[in-house]
Design a protein around this ligand. Structure first.
Ligand code: BYC
Length: 336
């Protein structure tokens, strides 16, 4: 879908300084006019690099994000819950694949991206370095983590790079189902026994602050926001989307009869926004530096899965080689 008819040579060709200035001006005018930039179009090298960085981190997040929930597939409390969870985890694998395919249109190979993840060089979302301790965590992930993902990804359906924008449309539809199944788990637990409600509260207590960190550092500390907004890769700043998420989510939590682990949380009647307390950015930095509760476990599991899947890659390559050989031999056979 994405990688066909790519003209890598042309895309990678260096331009002279004067061509460059003209090309940049043309590119910026197209972005300003809301044209989509497509793989064979000229683009500034920094735009390409920013997209590869963001799209690949996004893909890695989907793939690593399969682990905390995959951990509960065998322990889901009913067949219905198991089927929904299994479908959700598979969707996440699919999202990773569309995103790697979108990144490949920018001239990077899947192998390179995979190697960056496995070697620990690449970033993926901080949120997936927290453990899923109880079944309620599956509800909290769907409600909060997928809820945060949708807030962030709906604007990405309008991102300036065509393949990324189109991948996001389908991803968002699936995320919406994920968010609802999570909220429905939380609703069931909140209306259940006192122990079940306490489990839901405990999950909210543990996932709330890490969910707010998903949106990235505050605007003042965000390295990439200004450029990404200018190029319409991002449509809102990290703090803007974080606030949208808090405003949408707090009433949902109150409807569940749960409280948020933030004594500073209050509705500002004048602005209509929910004000919240200070995020512990030292925790965020520790997680990004590889020292979250599950960073090492997540990478270990990913490496094991990669090694365990080596035979599938080998078999696929052998099958492709056999087909190629058969095709090459076919005209000869026909002529005999
Ligand atoms: N975790 O300048 P900034 C999902 C990094 S998957 C880790 O603001 P930017 C799901 C950032 O990369 C959800 N790192 O960056 C899956 C940058 O580092 P580098 C994933 C983070 O790009 C399964 C540095 O901090 N969603 O929903 O302008 C199950 C400075 O940040 C984080 C996406 O990836 C973080 N939370 O803005 C359920 C969405 N935040 O590259 C659910 C696409 C920041 O300079 N990505 N960093 O080394 C984006 O929208 C943007 O990349 C971000 C960050 C808003 C995340």
């Amino acid at each position: 879908m994405y990688t066909q008819a790519l003209n890598q040579k042309e895309a990678a060709a260096p331009a002279t300084a004067s061509e460059d200035a003209e090309a940049v001006a043309r590119f910026e005018a197209r972005v300003a006019a809301e044209d989509k930039i497509e793989p064979n179009d000229w683009m500034p090298e920094a735009y390409r690099r920013t997209l590869i960085r963001q799209i690949s981190q996004h893909a890695h997040s989907e793939i690593i994000g399969m682990q905390p929930e995959g951990n509960w597939v065998t322990r889901a409390p009913s067949l219905r819950r198991k089927a929904a969870l299994l479908a959700k985890v598979q969707d996440e694998g699919g999202h990773g694949l569309y995103l790697y395919a979108a990144a490949e249109t920018l001239g990077v190979s899947r192998e390179e991206l995979s190697e960056q993840l496995l070697s620990g060089k690449a970033k993926y979302s901080s949120i997936f370095n927290y453990p899923t301790l109880t079944w309620a965590d599956i509800g909290a992930i769907g409600w909060l983590v997928d809820g945060a993902a949708i807030m962030n990804q709906i604007p990405l359906c309008r991102t300036s790079y065509g393949p990324y924008a189109r991948a996001m449309v389908r991803v968002c539809k699936e995320e919406s189902f994920h968010q609802r199944q999570g909220y429905e788990i939380m609703l069931t637990l909140s209306r259940g026994t006192p122990e079940q409600k306490a489990m839901a509260q405990d999950a909210l207590d543990r996932w709330w602050w890490p969910s707010l960190m998903m949106f990235g550092p505050p605007d003042g500390a965000s390295q990439h926001t200004d450029t990404s907004m200018r190029w319409k890769i991002k449509r809102f700043t990290n703090d803007e989307i974080r606030q949208q998420f808090v405003d949408a989510t707090v009433p949902q939590g109150h409807f569940l009869g749960l409280s948020f682990p933030d004594p500073a949380l209050r509705l500002n009647e004048e602005t209509g926004h929910w004000e919240f307390g200070v995020i512990d950015w030292s925790e965020f930095k520790a997680v990004l530096a590889g020292n979250g509760p599950c960073n090492r476990q997540r990478l270990r599991t990913r490496r094991q899965a990669h090694e365990g899947g080596a035979w599938v890659r080998e078999a696929a390559l052998a099958h492709a080689a056999k087909r190629r050989a058969r095709k090459a031999a076919a005209p000869k056979l026909a002529a005999e």
